[in-house]
Design a protein around this ligand. Structure first.
Ligand code: 13P
Length: 423
């Protein structure tokens, strides 16, 4: 349950003067270490997956673990794509379970950044997913020495930030005020006055990338001036690396598990230090009480077909799975055939949406409309279609209904004439 709406989570932080950590994770040790920290100090947390790290892990394989860990956490959690490269990355991330997306066009021209970010907002908003844009350029690469990637810092200007947010309608804005990604030499000079003015002009949660290496005082001043989300990775990676180095020196048995012992704890210690410093600790209960849960929806159709043999039905279903699974906000498409010949309905579609917003955007999506009009409705006979919101299935005692799903609304009940507009 503790997956919560990320926009609500960050607005809570923004209004209450603290920042939520968005910690990039690269494996299960990081995932568990970050969540251990959040649980230990009762902090809301963002599990962040940076596209620049996708070479180190299989995103599609890791996401189910990330989602399961978030669902079983007792503190509020959001899952975000970090530095996605384009709108297709955002769709993939949403369809795999991210409930916040950041697509980074900040290295492009103003016009290209604007156009690209607008497209992402349009798509993600139709799925109920909030978007972080970035304006100005924070150089460097997470986990590496900033000097190895000496791009010029391009500071965000107040006027551009105002116009960018107005024109793109992003939910959060990452700004450049002097930080860099990765390890840096010396102490960065941060432009708090600029941040203050951007905050006054925008009034939305601001994001700071390149959290590693900033002092306690720098963090405090960033948060006082509107930073409600801080992205953090390199220091976690260094803590993990130090733990491994210690094991290399100490361990007699140098097998893999001996070498990575303590990585989870090292990540956790550093993440918890940040959560305390940024004022997120102890906020979990308020966030859970005040923020909307992130609630998926299922669209179920049971139906019969007219004038199509089994092979034809199988082909139609296979095509439907392929086409419909790619629609933004669709988590999964399952097709089924009745176990018993005498069942009133012989076939089923189960389409899992990431959020209720997708009920409408899916119905109107051109790929759905085309498939429904040309492949499904011409052969579909009697059918029932209904949307369900998944509810917490905690056992409530014998009086409670046994099902873990609640009716969201019967959408259609009809014949091949096409009552109802979905499929
Ligand atoms: P650091 O690696 O400098 O902490 O920055 C992380 C980051 O900004 C990820 O988006």
């Amino acid at each position: 349950m503790p997956l919560v709406n990320m926009k609500d989570m960050l607005e809570h932080a923004y209004e209450n003067g603290y920042a939520v950590g968005a910690f990039d994770l690269v494996n299960l040790d990081f995932l568990q270490g970050i969540l251990d920290a959040a649980e230990a100090c009762r902090a809301p947390v963002i599990l962040s997956l940076a596209e620049s790290h996708f070479g180190h892990f299989d995103f599609d394989l890791l996401m189910p673990g990330v989602e399961t860990a978030a669902q079983r956490a007792s503190v509020p959690v959001a899952i975000q794509l970090d530095h996605g490269v384009d709108a297709a990355s955002a769709v993939r991330a949403i369809n795999r379970g991210c409930n916040g997306v950041m697509v980074d066009y900040s290295h492009l021209s103003w016009q290209e950044n604007l156009a690209g970010t607008r497209e992402v907002v349009r798509t993600a908003r139709a799925c109920g997913v909030p978007v972080e844009g970035e304006l100005g350029y924070v150089p460097g690469v997470e986990g590496e020495d900033a000097e190895r990637h000496p791009g010029e810092i391009a500071y965000t200007t107040v006027g551009e930030a105002r116009a960018f947010v107005e024109k793109t309608d992003v939910d959060f804005l990452a700004v450049s005020v002097g930080t860099v990604h990765g390890r840096m030499k010396g102490k960065p000079k941060l432009d708090y006055q600029r941040l203050k003015q951007i905050n006054e002009a925008l009034g939305i949660p601001l994001v700071i990338h390149g959290g590693t290496g900033l002092s306690d005082d720098q963090f405090r001043r960033l948060i006082t001036n509107g930073a409600a989300k801080i992205n953090y990775y390199t220091a976690l990676a260094d803590a993990a690396g130090n733990a491994i180095r210690k094991n290399v020196q100490a361990a007699r048995n140098k097998g893999y598990t001996s070498l990575v012992t303590g990585v989870r704890d090292a990540v956790s210690v550093e993440a918890e230090r940040c959560m305390r410093l940024w004022g997120a600790c102890g906020r979990a209960a308020e966030v859970l009480a005040q923020c909307r849960p992130w609630a998926p929806v299922e669209h179920l159709i049971i139906y019969n077909v007219n004038e199509l043999d089994e092979k034809g039905v199988a082909e139609m279903m296979a095509e439907g799975r392929r086409v419909l699974s790619a629609i933004p906000g669709v988590r999964e498409v399952l097709v089924g055939t009745a176990v018993k010949d005498e069942a009133a309905y012989q076939y089923s579609w189960l389409v899992r949406f990431c959020a209720p917003a997708v009920i409408d955007s899916y119905r109107e999506h051109p790929d759905h409309v085309a498939f429904a009009d040309t492949r499904f409705r011409p052969v579909a006979g009697e059918r029932i279609s209904i949307d369900y919101r998944i509810v917490d299935a905690e056992p409530q005692g014998p009086e409670e209904p046994p099902s873990g799903i609640a009716a969201y609304g019967v959408e259609s009940r009809g014949a091949a004439s096409g009552v109802g507009r979905t499929l």
